[in-house]
Design a binder for this molecule. Sequence first.
Ligand code: ADP
Length: 251
Amino acid sequence: MTHSLGIDIGSCYTKAVLVEPGGAVRASCILKTGADFARAAKRAGERCLDGERASVTSTGVGRALCAAAGGRPTELSCLARGSHHYFPRPHAVVDIGGQDNKVVRVDAQGRLVNFKMNRKCAAGTGAFLEEIARRLDIPVSRMNRLAQSARSAVEIGSYCTVFTCTEIIHHIREGKKAAEILKGCYESVVKRLLEMDPLDGDVALSGGVVANHPVIIELFRARLGREPFVPPQPQLLGAVGAALLGLERAS
Ligand code: ADP
């Protein structure tokens, strides 16, 4: 049996994961997608394979443009499969990506039960956080640490990115600290997801925002009143799921 390569071509980042026939992750890579989905998929795949042979399964918004793929399951199925690999019990996967966020319910067998998705608005996504960083003139790489240093959080009432920016300017004029405003923005991401779904039961967190802004994990823990499950590399969960579905297709 050959190795299986999962490629998740997202709106912002393309993630590739090579798994061994037994399911262990052997190599992975993350690179910016850019404008050309096909090229991103090829580059990520080649970097992961390093000359090795594997069956290919693509997922994500650009999955149709991965020429090498023998299967193209949706991101929802891949998140369910990937999350069940690490967390084999019924739960909800909360995925916070660059331009959308999703709640995917998984049953005890790793099957997708249902999902909710926000794709119409940037609020509550990575794009929202990046816009806030721009408005506050803070590098994205400093946002997480700054928010973690805040003693309290400014209440961000608006659920629209444009109006949130207006609110932020108001808070700056009132003399509020950037760290407190940022923490409030992260809290608004968590609140928005809880508005999408009450998230009762076990919860797993995934996506690039969770991977790069771990303050989100702390805020979920506080809001849920229990420990969320976080897979080893949260941004790779969809690609891991694609690779595992690829193994199952081949068997
Ligand atoms: P998609 O599948 O939509 O491309 P991802 O799950 O890969 O989304 O997450 C992309 C988001 O993750 C970005 O919008 C950004 O907010 C965040 N992100 C990714 N890499 C970094 C990084 N190095 N530093 C800070 N944030 C990052």
